[in-house]
Design a protein around this ligand. Structure first.
Ligand code: NAP
Length: 250
């Protein structure tokens, strides 16, 4: 039987890197994003060229009604959902010092990065329990443990996602549904395009053990390993994709 995967924010960046790796491994895909269908038509065509079925689900994961409609669209089309990748996430529109963080930005990040992922996971968990099969992968960030005071609301949302991984891993363990966290470091995408020079400099000065930007493909390969069951006895664990950034060094 073909296996199906939903990748939130799968239309570009890390999510697209994940989608490409899963498509190469024979998954049928549901790609989620917020842009119009026309804007992602080429991306969907490219993903279909790997041979599987691909549908686009336009939905804001921070919105309960749109989340429910997206899951229904997937079940109407495929009838099943084997893998959920909670990848969609946003950075603050403006990096602001912790003492100046606005409630508006805090709420936006929590809704999108944490609440949306939590309630989507909850809804998908019911589907997976019924079909007695599934796997859930959350894309967090090194910001889950590294404090950046110019985007505290982002760090808090990712730290929450980390606990969410452990909670669902424990709750879904009895059903044989593993839940993992993939924690990227500095990855070249639209999200980091605005801080490219800053990170270029830090990397050239030895920030990383593996001295290069990470790619969406680096993250995609890790997610593919998890989604295909190649880390079967490690539910709830964190997989670091950070080029050694978080290794304490002296
Ligand atoms: P990106 O290039 O900005 O892409 C964001 C993706 O999320 C796009 O597909 C976008 O859809 C989608 N999206 C945005 N808002 C959404 C919403 N409300 N509902 C559904 N989808 C939405 O970001 P990225 O760098 O690939 O990041 C992906 C994930 O990795 C995020 O959770 C981010 O926090 C995390 N991460 C990134 C880095 C990094 O260095 N880049 C490092 C650590 C963690 P559209 O295409 O329709 O806009």
């Amino acid at each position: 039987m073909k296996r199906t995967a939903l990748i939130t924010g799968g239309s570009r960046g890390i999510g697209l890197g994940i989608a490409q790796q899963l498509a190469q491994r024979g998954f049928d895909l549901a790609i989620n994003g917020v842009r119009e269908k026309d804007a992602v038509a080429d991306t969907i065509t490219q993903l279909r060229s790997f041979g599987g079925d691909v549908i686009y689900c336009r939905a804001d994961v921070g919105d309960a009604t749109q989340r429910a409609a997206m899951l229904q669209q997937i079940l109407d089309h495929y009838g099943t959902l084997h893998v959920l990748v909670n990848n969609a996430g946003v950075a603050p529109k403006e990096r602001k010092d912790l003492l100046e963080t606005t409630e508006e930005s805090y709420d936006r990040l929590m809704d999108m990065n944490l609440k949306g992922a939590f309630f989507l996971t909850q809804a998908v968990a019911h589907v997976m329990i019924k079909q007695q099969e599934g796997c859930i992968i959350n894309v967090s960030s090194i910001s889950a443990t590294i404090a950046s005071v110019n985007r505290g609301e982002y760090c808090i949302s990712k730290a929450g996602l980390s606990m969410m991984t452990q909670l669902f891993a424990v709750r879904l363990g009895e059903y044989g549904i593993p839940v993992y966290e993939v924690r990227p470091g500095i990855i070249a995408t639209d999200m980091t395009a605005g801080v490219k020079e800053k990170y270029d400099q830090l990397i050239s000065k030895g920030l990383l053990v593996q001295s290069r930007w990470g790619s969406p493909e680096d993250v995609g390969k890790a997610v593919a390993m998890l989604a295909t069951g190649d880390l079967p006895y490690s539910t709830g664990q964190v997989i670091m994709i950070d080029g050694g950034l978080t290794i304490p060094r002296l």
